[in-house]
Ligand binder design. Sequence first.
Ligand code: 3PG
Length: 312
Amino acid sequence: MTENTPKVLIATVKPFSAEAKEAVVARLEGAGFRVEVLEKYPDESALLASIADAHAVICRSDKIHAGVLEAAKQLKLVVRAGAGFDNVDCATAKAKDVAVMNTPGQNSNAVAELAFGMMIYLCRGGFNGKPGTELRGKTLGIHALGNVGKNVLRLAKGFEMQVSAFDPFLDAAAIEALGAKPVDSAEALYASCEYVSLHIPNTPETKGSIGEKLLTSMPEGGTLVNTARAEVIDEAGLLAAMKARPDLRYISDIPPSTETRASLEADFAGRCFLTPKKMGAQTAEANYNAGMAAADQIIGFLKRGERVNVVN
Ligand code: 3PG
């Protein structure tokens, strides 16, 4: 291996499990690449320095914005080891002839399992010993049936929930074929479901789209489960809905703004649960699956020109 050997940078503020990282490094080195691992970097300067001579980068929610791409003089490929690529400036990457890929589906079971873990935690009163409620028989609305939504549907069937779904990109027949009752709008979904599990991406169209109107339309005890993105929530609307409706509940794996978090935790104790850190995809299995898929996509791209899961 020489200085001219192509370099792959693994840049993860939130590191993969040790086993997943070792396997990913071994796969890439076995294919003849130089690998640098940059974990838990305290600030962007370390990323800017390390990406300067990288030909490909594996990231998670790390922000790969225009300035980072500008510093990456050799870069040909960014692989977001995960589903959502809203942390990567895809347009600037395209303009610089840098491909962006994601690894869809590799961490979706982990996220879906956490959604149920959080639902049970909340409906059992945070395990406080008082009588809670069960999920069996309750109505669950799945807002978007992508990879995570489909896993939520699979698990909901085991809990014997009554599942409806809305997805702007799927027609009623497709939703029915997957085993959920189709509804034809987000409004109809929220108005008819006691639990709604959110799986929409963060895009200009979805930003701030879940707010007071949808939430206050939910039936008695309505509970929104957010393992998607903070940005899709209208936080002022969420707080207003929680205030207006003392029965509404909010569960999230995605940290809201500091102020909203403080308000939710101070004013609505027992009706909201927020994980200390985003951790839906933080399992050994998901880290391994997403990391190895990213490594294989890099090898395919740099060695054979394969363009799997290119998103820009
Ligand atoms: C994803 O989009 O795949 C998830 O949000 C996981 O994000 P993470 O890799 O930052 O945990």
